[in-house]
Design a protein around this ligand. Structure first.
Ligand code: TYM
Length: 329
Protein backbone atom coordinates (compact mmCIF):
# COMPACT_ATOMS: atom_id res chain seq x y z
CA UNK A 1 0.00 0.00 0.00
CA UNK A 2 1.22 3.51 -0.78
CA UNK A 3 2.47 5.39 2.24
CA UNK A 4 0.30 8.20 3.59
CA UNK A 5 1.49 11.74 3.13
CA UNK A 6 0.36 14.19 5.80
CA UNK A 7 0.46 17.90 4.99
CA UNK A 8 -0.78 20.80 7.06
CA UNK A 9 -0.11 24.48 7.57
CA UNK A 10 -0.38 27.28 10.08
CA UNK A 11 -0.34 31.05 9.67
CA UNK A 12 2.49 32.80 11.52
CA UNK A 13 0.23 35.67 12.47
CA UNK A 14 0.27 35.74 16.25
CA UNK A 15 0.67 33.69 19.37
CA UNK A 16 -0.29 30.02 18.93
CA UNK A 17 -3.22 29.12 21.17
CA UNK A 18 -4.76 25.92 22.48
CA UNK A 19 -7.24 25.89 19.56
CA UNK A 20 -4.32 25.53 17.15
CA UNK A 21 -2.67 23.05 19.48
CA UNK A 22 -5.62 20.71 20.15
CA UNK A 23 -7.24 21.23 16.74
CA UNK A 24 -4.12 20.62 14.68
CA UNK A 25 -0.59 20.52 16.12
CA UNK A 26 -1.23 17.72 18.62
CA UNK A 27 -2.34 15.48 15.72
CA UNK A 28 0.70 16.43 13.65
CA UNK A 29 3.03 15.41 16.47
CA UNK A 30 1.17 12.20 17.32
CA UNK A 31 1.14 10.92 13.73
CA UNK A 32 4.80 11.48 12.90
CA UNK A 33 5.74 7.79 12.88
CA UNK A 34 2.86 6.74 10.65
CA UNK A 35 3.38 8.76 7.48
CA UNK A 36 5.56 11.14 5.55
CA UNK A 37 4.98 14.49 7.22
CA UNK A 38 5.24 17.95 5.73
CA UNK A 39 4.30 21.04 7.74
CA UNK A 40 4.28 24.56 6.43
CA UNK A 41 4.43 28.06 7.93
CA UNK A 42 2.10 29.74 5.49
CA UNK A 43 3.55 33.26 5.38
CA UNK A 44 2.01 33.96 1.95
CA UNK A 45 -1.43 33.33 3.43
CA UNK A 46 -0.62 35.85 6.16
CA UNK A 47 -0.32 38.60 3.51
CA UNK A 48 -4.03 38.36 2.69
CA UNK A 49 -4.63 40.86 5.50
CA UNK A 50 -2.35 43.79 6.47
CA UNK A 51 0.89 42.82 8.29
CA UNK A 52 3.87 44.77 9.57
CA UNK A 53 6.89 43.30 7.67
CA UNK A 54 9.31 43.19 10.61
CA UNK A 55 6.69 41.78 12.95
CA UNK A 56 5.76 39.10 10.41
CA UNK A 57 9.42 38.13 9.96
CA UNK A 58 9.77 37.64 13.72
CA UNK A 59 6.54 35.67 13.97
CA UNK A 60 7.63 33.21 11.28
CA UNK A 61 10.65 32.25 13.36
CA UNK A 62 8.71 32.24 16.61
CA UNK A 63 6.00 29.97 15.18
CA UNK A 64 8.70 27.57 13.93
CA UNK A 65 10.16 27.44 17.45
CA UNK A 66 6.74 26.73 18.94
CA UNK A 67 6.19 23.85 16.51
CA UNK A 68 9.58 22.28 17.21
CA UNK A 69 8.96 22.81 20.94
CA UNK A 70 5.58 21.11 20.60
CA UNK A 71 7.34 18.00 19.32
CA UNK A 72 7.70 18.34 15.55
CA UNK A 73 10.82 16.26 15.07
CA UNK A 74 13.09 17.29 12.18
CA UNK A 75 14.26 13.69 11.88
CA UNK A 76 10.70 12.60 11.04
CA UNK A 77 8.98 15.65 9.58
CA UNK A 78 9.76 18.52 7.25
CA UNK A 79 8.91 21.99 8.46
CA UNK A 80 9.40 24.85 6.03
CA UNK A 81 8.29 28.37 5.13
CA UNK A 82 5.80 28.60 2.25
CA UNK A 83 7.50 31.53 0.50
CA UNK A 84 10.79 29.58 0.37
CA UNK A 85 9.26 27.21 -2.18
CA UNK A 86 8.22 29.24 -5.24
CA UNK A 87 6.06 26.44 -6.60
CA UNK A 88 3.26 27.37 -4.15
CA UNK A 89 2.65 30.61 -6.02
CA UNK A 90 3.08 28.93 -9.38
CA UNK A 91 0.57 26.13 -8.86
CA UNK A 92 -1.90 28.65 -7.41
CA UNK A 93 -2.08 30.32 -10.82
CA UNK A 94 -2.86 27.08 -12.65
CA UNK A 95 -5.47 26.07 -10.08
CA UNK A 96 -7.09 29.50 -10.19
CA UNK A 97 -7.74 28.81 -13.85
CA UNK A 98 -9.73 25.75 -12.76
CA UNK A 99 -11.56 27.23 -9.74
CA UNK A 100 -14.76 29.19 -10.29
CA UNK A 101 -15.72 32.51 -8.71
CA UNK A 102 -18.92 30.92 -7.41
CA UNK A 103 -17.00 28.24 -5.52
CA UNK A 104 -14.81 30.81 -3.84
CA UNK A 105 -17.77 33.03 -2.99
CA UNK A 106 -19.25 30.17 -0.98
CA UNK A 107 -16.29 29.97 1.42
CA UNK A 108 -17.61 30.93 4.84
CA UNK A 109 -14.21 32.03 6.08
CA UNK A 110 -13.93 34.55 3.25
CA UNK A 111 -17.32 35.97 4.18
CA UNK A 112 -16.32 36.29 7.85
CA UNK A 113 -12.84 37.66 7.22
CA UNK A 114 -13.88 40.12 4.53
CA UNK A 115 -16.58 41.52 6.81
CA UNK A 116 -13.98 41.99 9.54
CA UNK A 117 -11.71 44.04 7.22
CA UNK A 118 -12.21 47.74 7.58
CA UNK A 119 -11.39 49.50 4.34
CA UNK A 120 -10.56 47.39 1.31
CA UNK A 121 -10.68 43.62 0.98
CA UNK A 122 -7.63 42.25 -0.83
CA UNK A 123 -8.06 40.01 -3.87
CA UNK A 124 -5.68 37.58 -2.17
CA UNK A 125 -8.19 37.08 0.64
CA UNK A 126 -10.67 35.90 -1.98
CA UNK A 127 -8.23 33.52 -3.73
CA UNK A 128 -6.69 32.32 -0.45
CA UNK A 129 -8.34 28.86 -0.65
CA UNK A 130 -6.71 28.29 -4.06
CA UNK A 131 -3.28 28.90 -2.52
CA UNK A 132 -4.24 26.46 0.24
CA UNK A 133 -5.26 23.88 -2.37
CA UNK A 134 -1.88 24.35 -4.07
CA UNK A 135 -0.09 23.80 -0.74
CA UNK A 136 -1.85 20.50 -0.28
CA UNK A 137 -1.79 19.20 -3.85
CA UNK A 138 1.90 19.96 -4.48
CA UNK A 139 2.98 17.13 -2.18
CA UNK A 140 0.58 14.34 -3.24
CA UNK A 141 -0.97 14.66 0.19
CA UNK A 142 -3.32 11.92 1.39
CA UNK A 143 -4.30 13.40 4.79
CA UNK A 144 -4.73 16.97 6.01
CA UNK A 145 -5.02 17.24 9.82
CA UNK A 146 -6.87 20.49 10.59
CA UNK A 147 -9.45 22.00 12.91
CA UNK A 148 -13.10 22.17 11.92
CA UNK A 149 -12.81 25.70 10.47
CA UNK A 150 -10.55 24.49 7.64
CA UNK A 151 -12.74 21.58 6.56
CA UNK A 152 -14.51 23.57 3.86
CA UNK A 153 -11.15 24.58 2.36
CA UNK A 154 -10.02 20.95 2.22
CA UNK A 155 -13.32 20.03 0.53
CA UNK A 156 -12.65 22.75 -2.04
CA UNK A 157 -9.15 21.32 -2.56
CA UNK A 158 -10.65 17.89 -3.26
CA UNK A 159 -13.10 19.43 -5.69
CA UNK A 160 -10.38 21.35 -7.57
CA UNK A 161 -8.20 18.24 -7.80
CA UNK A 162 -11.11 16.19 -9.14
CA UNK A 163 -12.04 18.87 -11.69
CA UNK A 164 -8.44 19.16 -12.82
CA UNK A 165 -7.98 15.39 -13.13
CA UNK A 166 -11.27 15.05 -15.04
CA UNK A 167 -10.22 17.73 -17.55
CA UNK A 168 -6.49 17.09 -17.91
CA UNK A 169 -5.72 13.57 -16.66
CA UNK A 170 -4.66 12.04 -13.40
CA UNK A 171 -2.19 14.54 -11.95
CA UNK A 172 -3.37 15.13 -8.38
CA UNK A 173 -3.94 12.83 -5.41
CA UNK A 174 -7.32 13.51 -3.74
CA UNK A 175 -6.66 14.36 -0.07
CA UNK A 176 -8.84 13.61 2.97
CA UNK A 177 -9.38 16.03 5.86
CA UNK A 178 -8.47 14.60 9.29
CA UNK A 179 -10.44 16.37 12.01
CA UNK A 180 -9.89 15.39 15.67
CA UNK A 181 -12.83 14.10 17.75
CA UNK A 182 -12.15 16.51 20.62
CA UNK A 183 -10.71 19.99 20.24
CA UNK A 184 -11.70 20.58 16.61
CA UNK A 185 -13.38 23.88 17.52
CA UNK A 186 -12.24 25.52 20.73
CA UNK A 187 -14.15 28.68 21.53
CA UNK A 188 -12.97 31.95 23.10
CA UNK A 189 -12.95 31.96 26.90
CA UNK A 190 -14.23 35.54 27.01
CA UNK A 191 -17.06 34.67 24.62
CA UNK A 192 -17.80 30.97 24.09
CA UNK A 193 -19.95 31.72 21.05
CA UNK A 194 -16.87 32.87 19.06
CA UNK A 195 -14.06 30.64 17.83
CA UNK A 196 -10.75 31.09 19.62
CA UNK A 197 -8.59 33.05 17.22
CA UNK A 198 -5.06 34.48 17.01
CA UNK A 199 -6.37 37.79 15.77
CA UNK A 200 -8.87 38.55 18.56
CA UNK A 201 -7.32 41.04 21.01
CA UNK A 202 -7.81 40.95 24.79
CA UNK A 203 -5.94 38.94 27.40
CA UNK A 204 -8.85 36.71 28.42
CA UNK A 205 -9.87 35.47 24.96
CA UNK A 206 -7.27 32.75 24.29
CA UNK A 207 -4.93 30.52 26.22
CA UNK A 208 -1.66 30.73 24.37
CA UNK A 209 0.61 27.70 24.46
CA UNK A 210 3.45 29.85 25.86
CA UNK A 211 1.32 31.42 28.61
CA UNK A 212 2.73 31.18 32.13
CA UNK A 213 0.82 29.11 34.73
CA UNK A 214 -0.41 32.40 36.26
CA UNK A 215 -1.79 33.60 32.91
CA UNK A 216 -3.47 30.25 32.29
CA UNK A 217 -5.06 30.41 35.72
CA UNK A 218 -6.32 33.97 35.24
CA UNK A 219 -7.82 33.22 31.83
CA UNK A 220 -9.51 29.98 32.83
CA UNK A 221 -10.85 31.32 36.12
CA UNK A 222 -12.29 34.37 34.36
CA UNK A 223 -13.89 32.29 31.58
CA UNK A 224 -17.46 33.26 30.88
CA UNK A 225 -19.87 30.58 32.08
CA UNK A 226 -23.62 30.15 31.81
CA UNK A 227 -26.33 30.46 34.38
CA UNK A 228 -26.96 27.24 36.31
CA UNK A 229 -24.57 24.76 37.90
CA UNK A 230 -25.05 21.59 35.89
CA UNK A 231 -21.80 20.36 34.41
CA UNK A 232 -23.19 19.09 31.13
CA UNK A 233 -22.43 19.77 27.46
CA UNK A 234 -25.42 21.46 25.88
CA UNK A 235 -25.60 23.86 22.91
CA UNK A 236 -27.72 26.21 25.03
CA UNK A 237 -24.82 26.47 27.51
CA UNK A 238 -21.76 27.26 25.41
CA UNK A 239 -19.53 28.26 28.35
CA UNK A 240 -19.45 24.94 30.18
CA UNK A 241 -19.58 23.05 26.88
CA UNK A 242 -16.35 24.76 25.83
CA UNK A 243 -14.62 24.02 29.16
CA UNK A 244 -15.62 20.34 28.91
CA UNK A 245 -14.40 20.28 25.29
CA UNK A 246 -11.01 21.66 26.33
CA UNK A 247 -10.82 19.12 29.15
CA UNK A 248 -11.62 16.31 26.70
CA UNK A 249 -9.03 17.53 24.18
CA UNK A 250 -6.32 17.85 26.85
CA UNK A 251 -6.93 14.48 28.50
CA UNK A 252 -7.90 12.44 25.43
CA UNK A 253 -11.28 11.64 27.04
CA UNK A 254 -14.60 11.81 25.20
CA UNK A 255 -17.05 14.59 26.00
CA UNK A 256 -19.30 12.03 27.75
CA UNK A 257 -16.37 10.80 29.85
CA UNK A 258 -15.60 14.43 30.75
CA UNK A 259 -19.21 14.90 31.94
CA UNK A 260 -19.02 11.72 34.01
CA UNK A 261 -15.71 12.82 35.50
CA UNK A 262 -17.31 16.04 36.74
CA UNK A 263 -20.60 14.47 37.83
CA UNK A 264 -19.88 15.35 41.46
CA UNK A 265 -18.46 18.79 40.83
CA UNK A 266 -19.96 21.55 42.97
CA UNK A 267 -20.40 23.94 40.06
CA UNK A 268 -18.14 25.50 37.47
CA UNK A 269 -15.43 26.57 39.92
CA UNK A 270 -14.36 22.93 40.43
CA UNK A 271 -14.17 22.34 36.68
CA UNK A 272 -12.10 25.48 36.15
CA UNK A 273 -9.64 24.61 38.92
CA UNK A 274 -8.98 21.16 37.52
CA UNK A 275 -8.71 22.50 34.00
CA UNK A 276 -6.03 24.98 35.09
CA UNK A 277 -3.93 22.15 36.52
CA UNK A 278 -4.30 19.99 33.43
CA UNK A 279 -3.47 22.80 31.01
CA UNK A 280 -0.45 23.92 33.02
CA UNK A 281 0.94 20.36 33.03
CA UNK A 282 0.07 19.70 29.36
CA UNK A 283 1.82 22.86 28.19
CA UNK A 284 4.77 22.83 30.61
CA UNK A 285 7.14 20.71 28.43
CA UNK A 286 6.37 22.85 25.38
CA UNK A 287 7.14 26.06 27.27
CA UNK A 288 10.41 24.63 28.61
CA UNK A 289 11.61 23.40 25.22
CA UNK A 290 10.68 26.73 23.67
CA UNK A 291 12.90 28.54 26.18
CA UNK A 292 15.87 26.38 25.08
CA UNK A 293 15.20 26.72 21.35
CA UNK A 294 14.67 30.46 21.42
CA UNK A 295 18.29 30.94 22.45
CA UNK A 296 19.38 29.33 19.16
CA UNK A 297 17.58 30.97 16.24
CA UNK A 298 20.40 30.04 13.82
CA UNK A 299 19.68 26.32 14.20
CA UNK A 300 15.96 26.91 13.71
CA UNK A 301 16.61 28.93 10.51
CA UNK A 302 18.84 26.12 9.23
CA UNK A 303 16.19 23.50 9.93
CA UNK A 304 13.67 25.58 7.96
CA UNK A 305 16.06 25.83 5.01
CA UNK A 306 16.66 22.09 5.11
CA UNK A 307 12.91 21.53 5.19
CA UNK A 308 12.40 23.69 2.09
CA UNK A 309 15.31 22.04 0.25
CA UNK A 310 13.84 18.60 0.96
CA UNK A 311 10.32 19.34 -0.28
CA UNK A 312 11.14 21.57 -3.29
CA UNK A 313 11.84 18.69 -5.71
CA UNK A 314 8.44 17.12 -4.95
CA UNK A 315 6.69 20.45 -5.52
CA UNK A 316 8.61 21.12 -8.69
CA UNK A 317 7.75 17.76 -10.21
CA UNK A 318 4.04 18.26 -9.47
CA UNK A 319 4.00 21.71 -11.07
CA UNK A 320 5.76 20.36 -14.16
CA UNK A 321 3.17 17.61 -14.50
CA UNK A 322 0.26 20.01 -14.02
CA UNK A 323 1.64 22.49 -16.60
CA UNK A 324 2.32 19.78 -19.12
CA UNK A 325 -1.18 18.34 -18.65
CA UNK A 326 -2.70 21.79 -19.30
CA UNK A 327 -0.71 22.26 -22.49
CA UNK A 328 1.88 24.77 -21.27
CA UNK A 329 5.50 24.47 -20.18
P1 TYM B 1 -4.72 28.77 11.04
O1 TYM B 1 -3.34 29.36 11.06
O2 TYM B 1 -5.86 29.70 11.26
O3 TYM B 1 -4.83 27.63 12.11
C1 TYM B 1 -3.91 26.56 12.18
C2 TYM B 1 -4.64 25.29 12.57
O4 TYM B 1 -5.34 25.47 13.81
C3 TYM B 1 -6.70 25.13 13.67
N1 TYM B 1 -7.50 26.02 14.53
C4 TYM B 1 -8.37 25.60 15.46
N2 TYM B 1 -8.74 24.37 15.85
C5 TYM B 1 -9.64 24.28 16.86
N3 TYM B 1 -10.19 25.36 17.48
C6 TYM B 1 -9.85 26.63 17.11
N4 TYM B 1 -10.38 27.67 17.73
C7 TYM B 1 -8.90 26.78 16.05
N5 TYM B 1 -8.35 27.86 15.44
C8 TYM B 1 -7.50 27.38 14.50
C9 TYM B 1 -7.02 25.35 12.19
O5 TYM B 1 -8.14 24.60 11.79
C10 TYM B 1 -5.73 24.89 11.54
O6 TYM B 1 -5.73 23.50 11.36
N6 TYM B 1 -5.72 28.19 6.15
C11 TYM B 1 -5.06 27.61 7.30
C12 TYM B 1 -3.59 27.37 7.07
C13 TYM B 1 -3.25 26.59 5.85
C14 TYM B 1 -3.37 25.18 5.69
C15 TYM B 1 -2.89 24.91 4.37
C16 TYM B 1 -3.84 24.14 6.50
C17 TYM B 1 -2.75 27.10 4.70
N7 TYM B 1 -2.51 26.08 3.81
C18 TYM B 1 -2.86 23.60 3.88
C19 TYM B 1 -3.80 22.84 6.00
C20 TYM B 1 -3.32 22.58 4.70
C21 TYM B 1 -5.20 28.54 8.48
O7 TYM B 1 -5.41 29.73 8.33
O8 TYM B 1 -4.95 27.95 9.69
Amino acid sequence: MARSVVFSGIQPTGAIHIGNYFGAIKQWVAGQDDAENIFCLVDMHALTVPQEPDVLRGQILETAMVLFAAGIDPAKSRLFVQSHVREHGELTWYLSCVASMGQLQRMTQFKEKSEAQRGEVRAGLFTYPVLMAADILLYRTTHVPVGEDQKQHVELTRDLAQRFNASFGDVFVIPEPAIPKAGARIMGLDDPTKKMSKSVPGSYHAIRVLDTPEQIKKTVMSAQTDSGRDVRADPARPGITNLLGIYAAATGASLEAAETHFADARGYGDVKKELVEILVETLRPLRERYAELSSDPTTVRELLQQGADAVRPIASETVDRAKHAMGVG
